[in-house]
Design a protein around this ligand. Structure first.
Ligand SMILES: NC(=O)c1ccc[n+]([C@@H]2O[C@H](COP(=O)([O-])OP(=O)(O)OC[C@H]3O[C@@H](n4cnc5c(N)ncnc54)[C@H](OP(=O)(O)O)[C@@H]3O)[C@@H](O)[C@H]2O)c1
Length: 333
């Protein structure tokens, strides 16, 4: 028996229940992991709420969560990649990202091929804080839009989990970062992580504020907020600029008339999903090692991870939905 947070039906944070579950021994190709640090991702909230991405109903009861760090307890037949005692992490378990959840548990069986060894200088909390959010950022800056020195980049919710990493990564390439943020404390945190300008976008219209800073518009908009920000962001972009909507914290972006991209300046638009970027286990490990290298070199630093006990995941979800925290959130079993 191990403890896990489970849901038996979609709904608000109250559907999260702290329960005993049976965990069978690891099967062929699987490792049993004792979780030490579990990421809270906004996708966990979407899974809990239901009806966000998945067309078919998810099987219930369901343990949310897609990302964690931990220690290998035992391995099933045929496992060569890891051994008991290894410190490892994972993001997803190979199936579609929203299909196979299960991280909000003290222990879990995970396909060993999907595990990555954690470097000794990266703590379990740092790993859980940075893997998915860092790989999401990597997908953007390495595959979609690579900032050039002096580019102005607008990052919405710059003090969010992904936002703080994107801010640091864009600064690393020499960009000038304009970050929108929900309050003054988040503005301070975003600036501490490298943002050159911050805009309190709940208090003022961010479009004229951006134009005051860079009248010709920004080279790129990186947007995890979605519904409340994406359409207006077109008015912030320079001709031939890039719009990236990577998340929908405020809700889905409404359908957009493609002609707007021409009228607003021959813009390009992306809607990335991290699963396609992670690829096979070998590629995932390579991407993680590049990411951990940036953490070890201090390029991605002070990733302010707020922690909650796993059994308090309900409160963590409440706070995330109220946009109360800055930076990543990690649940501790
Ligand atoms: N495409 C991908 O592959 C991928 C991968 C990872 C994450 N994501 C998505 O990226 C988005 C951000 O993830 P994250 O980990 O950075 O989330 P997070 O740390 O929880 O931050 C979300 C932020 O969005 C802002 N926000 C605006 N409207 C909101 C609302 N109605 N409810 C809650 N927050 C709202 C808040 O910042 P302010 O207070 O500053 O407004 C909040 O802190 C999520 O939608 C997530 O699903 C996508």
């Amino acid at each position: 028996m191990v403890k896990a947070m489970r849901i038996h039906a979609h709904g608000g944070p109250e559907v999260l229940q702290w329960e005993d579950i049976d965990l069978p021994p690891p099967g062929p190709g699987e490792a049993r992991l004792r979780h030490t640090a579990i990421a809270l991702n906004f996708s966990d909230i979407n899974i809990r709420r239901g009806g966000f991405y998945q067309k078919d109903p998810l099987p219930m009861p369901l343990i949310p969560g897609n990302e964690a760090a931990g220690v290998v307890e035992s391995v099933g037949p045929g496992v060569t990649e890891v051994k008991p005692g290894d410190r490892v992490g994972y993001v997803g378990v190979g199936a579609g990202f929203f299909a196979k959840n299960g991280s909000y548990a003290e222990e879990r069986n995970v396909p060993a091929a999907r595990l990555v060894h954690l470097p000794k200088d990266v703590s379990d909390i740092e790993a859980a804080a940075v893997m998915l959010k860092g790989l999401t950022s990597s997908n953007i800056v390495n595959r979609i839009y690579r900032p050039e020195r002096g580019d102005h980049v607008l990052i919405h919710a710059a003090a969010s989990g992904v936002g703080l990493i994107l801010t640091q990564w864009c600064k690393h390439f020499g960009a000038i970062v304009i970050g929108t943020v929900g309050n003054a404390e988040k503005a301070r945190i975003a600036r501490e992580h490298g943002a050159d300008h911050t805009i309190l976008y709940r208090q003022v219209d961010f479009v004229p504020e951006v134009k005051k800073i860079i009248p010709g518009g920004v080279r790129a908009v990186l947007d995890g907020v979605g519904k409340d920000t994406f359409e207006k962001s077109m008015d912030c972009a320079a001709p031939f600029g890039t719009l990236v909507n990577y998340g929908n914290a405020s809700g889905h972006v409404p359908p957009i008339d493609i002609m707007q991209l021409s009228l607003k300046g021959t813009l390009s638009m992306w809607r990335p999903g991290v699963s396609h970027f992670l690829g096979d286990p070998a590629r995932f490990k390579l991407l993680c090692s590049e990411l951990f290298d940036l953490v070890e070199k201090g390029v991605l630093k002070n990733i302010a991870a707020r922690t909650y006990a796993l059994k308090d995941a309900r409160q963590a979800h409440i706070d995330a939905e109220r946009a109360e925290h800055a930076g990543p959130v990690v649940l501790l079993p």
